[in-house]
Design a protein around this ligand. Sequence first.
Ligand code: NDP
Length: 488
Amino acid sequence: MTKTYQLFIDGKWLNSKSAETFYRINPANPKEILGKFQQGTKDDIDKAVDAAEDAFGKWSSIPPPKRGEILFKIVELLRVNKERLARLMTKEMGKILLETRGDVQEAIDTFEYFAGEGRRLFGHTTTSELRDKFAMTIRRPVGVFGIITPWNFPIAIPAWKLAPALICGNTVVWKPSSDTPLCAIELMKILTKAGISDGVVNLVTGPGNTAGMHLVKHKKVRGISFTGNRDTGKQIVKEAGIKKVGLELGSKNAMIIMDDANLKLALDGVIWGAFGTTGQRCTATSRVIIHETIRKRFEKTLVERVKKLRLGSGLNPRTDVGPLVNKAAREKSARYTKIGMEEGGKLICGGKIPKLNGFFFQPTVFTDVAIDMKIAKEEIFGPVVSLIPVKNLNEAIKAANSVEYGLSSSIYTNDIRTAFEAIEKIEAGITYVNAPTIGAEVHLPFGGVKSSGQTREAGWAGVEEFSEEKTVYIDYSNKLQRAQIDTK
Ligand code: NDP
């Protein structure tokens, strides 16, 4: 019998007012139904926002180190439940266990980092241009925050948003991806077990374009933190009104391999960067910009390695690459493979839907790709990588910057000048040297430029995203002192 899961509003598990539900299946075995979930409505969002608004006064007045103690409890509970959550995540969205364990670990690290932030939440103190006057900034919570998350990091990305939101004193309404409602429910259970009080975090599953958009537009919501597709992000910016909006959007990440690079290292980097999470990471390596003198040699070893990658259920320890998240994602990889061939890209590996139960697609490599081809410009979000040959560093950087996105990037070289030139000139929020485009650490800011979004989250940037900086002047001169006028 399929289990039915509920919404979590004001400390209670409830059915949606819609009385409608949707199913989630295992993408490695689509006949396996994981559960029935509530189709949350605008009314459910209203109720959740009201609960978050009511809870705000009490939660925001708790001293941040005390809020931190609850976050430390979340860390403990995540640790105890790590293996169980990782297995459940592999079943729900497909990536292999090694990676789902990493996803839960990222949430553990994030809650731990922000729990400690309860004893910092630094503002600035500075000088005043006037005598007997003190100037500083303090951090204040924003209010009710709407958090909208995708499926590819179904526990880590919510943690990136929930942990800083909570430590800064905000209350939250969370709308998770309809592809990973079960991970969201399990994380919500952990939050409640750790002692998050009623109304502080409210979870509403349901359709993004109705429930999600209602949250975005809601007048009582003061901030939105969104991770997802570029086009959804565009809509959110248009509809949010005057709110604090954080956006982490799409990408087309490039790895540059120079002729002096350690090719074995670069090869390991491409395999992990392009095919980890079946190419469904926002930081996935989807373009390899390679010096033409080493291209042939590299292509040969790359194809040999890619052909050896084993597809299958992520629960099997022998599997290297799991399924795509759903049928539409698999169709997208197949569609772009066809487009790539029509555009004149040379398919040297993969490109087919294998005869396997589940939404699998063969790890696919194109070479002879030009920067104006669609497969070099548009986000595919699947296991498809394009090799773009170049003659020198200038051409490589030009190619890297030729797309509308700018999230992550990387360069393999042993020349320090080349590395620093790339760091300076590549238009991206992140540049790795001698490492693939994936592998962000939680205590550093994360985010992109151009159409990848203009904001940052995680690390100290997470505090900035989820708090307002208030400026405070204290004049103890006992007379009226006018800035810019009485400055002698
Ligand atoms: P979507 O934009 O389709 O969905 C993300 C979330 O937004 C889901 O919860 C979805 O709900 C919701 N949503 C959808 N439409 C609306 C709407 N009109 N208003 C409000 N909310 C809405 O992205 P995907 O889930 O497909 O995620 C993949 C994308 O996310 C890729 O483009 C990837 O690059 C990007 N991404 C970016 C990251 C970054 O940090 N830059 C990190 C990870 C992913 P529902 O599921 O119900 O539709």
